[in-house]
Ligand binder design. Structure first.
Ligand code: SAM
Length: 284
């Protein structure tokens, strides 16, 4: 990579970050993986030239993908993370004391190894944790074959290209539904409300066809294109606002840099243009 780390959004936009040195560059069976030292944003992980995280703002995404479902569920004991090879989501899940077991299924060992070597702030937890089982394998195959049940499933995936494509489809979510416990919740990386409208609509339709409760929530991001980004939320019934007991956050004594109990509920308040795109798929 040259003196700029460049992320292109299709053929109409390019964002450049000053690259003070490429720390890792490799090509796995699944994707190109790079870690660069940026001038302002700290270390940056890119898969196939798309920004996965930067040290400057990873806490925003990892707080919101994790703490919203884990504080909505009254007693999450078993959690499954699909993807999330940088370790940031597993790190945040493992901060919840009531969680007894986390299974993380990441398809690409190169992502895990590159992060273990260069981005310890997210990946340190992947060195080994008594509650964590790290499986290098395909999350689609895992949910199809496992007999285990999970209280919360977090799909921390790349965009729907290559091995991540089935993670956005109906067969995958049928299997996710089957391996969720009675009160289960699934939260997934839900793309940009500006640039990925067709993907958002199709994801929400897939969820709406499968789950009795479906919503979308939003957060302000620094390094994903356009700033605004979404997660999808689907459950067997738990409502992230009505069933959210704020006392669980207060009593946890956990400190956050982005998540707050007010932001938890507020993130489900969507702007009208986004509602116009996805509200028809809300359930419950
Ligand atoms: N926050 C990130 C984003 O959206 O930019 C996602 C971060 S994480 C690095 C995404 C991970 O999903 C990648 O490491 C990729 O290898 C993994 N992944 C993609 N498809 C997968 C699959 N079918 N099973 C398991 N992991 C998968």
């Amino acid at each position: 990579m040259s003196e700029w780390a460049t992320e292109k959004t299709e053929d109409f936009m390019e964002v450049r970050y000053r690259n003070d040195g490429t720390l890792f560059s490799g090509k796995s069976e699944f994707q190109k993986v790079e870690v660069v030292q940026t001038r302002w944003h700290g270390k940056m992980l890119l898969n196939d030239d798309l920004v996965m995280l930067t040290e400057a703002d990873e806490f925003v995404y990892h707080d919101m993908i994790t703490h919203v479902p884990l504080f909505t569920h009254p007693d999450p004991k078993k959690v499954l993370v699909i993807g999330g090879g940088d370790g940031g989501t597993a790190r945040e899940v493992l901060r919840h004391e009531n969680v007894e077991k986390v299974v993380m299924v990441e398809i690409d060992k190169m992502v895990v190894d590159a992060c273990l070597e260069h981005i310890p702030v997210t990946s340190d937890v992947l060195k080994g944790h008594p509650k964590l089982e790290l499986i290098i394998g395909d999350g689609v195959k895992f949910v199809n074959e496992t007999k285990e049940k999970f209280d919360v499933i977090i799909v921390d995936s790349t965009d729907p290209i290559g091995p991540a494509q089935p993670l956005f489809g109906p067969d995958f979510y049928r299997d996710v539904f089957s391996c969720l416990s009675e009160n289960g919740i699934v939260v997934s990386q839900g793309e940009s409300p500006w640039y990925n409208v067709p993907i958002q609509k199709s994801m929400m339709k897939v969820l709406g066809d499968q789950f009795p409760f479906v919503r979308m929530y939003q957060f302000g991001n620094l390094t994903y294109p356009g700033g605004a980004w979404c997660f999808t939320y689907a459950s067997k019934g738990l409502d992230p606002i009505k069933d959210f007991d704020t006392k669980r956050v207060e009593e946890s004594n956990m400190k956050f840099r982005y998540y707050t109990k007010d932001l938890h509920s507020a993130s489900f308040a969507l702007p009208q243009f986004l509602l116009d795109n996805v509200e028809e798929f809300f359930r419950g």
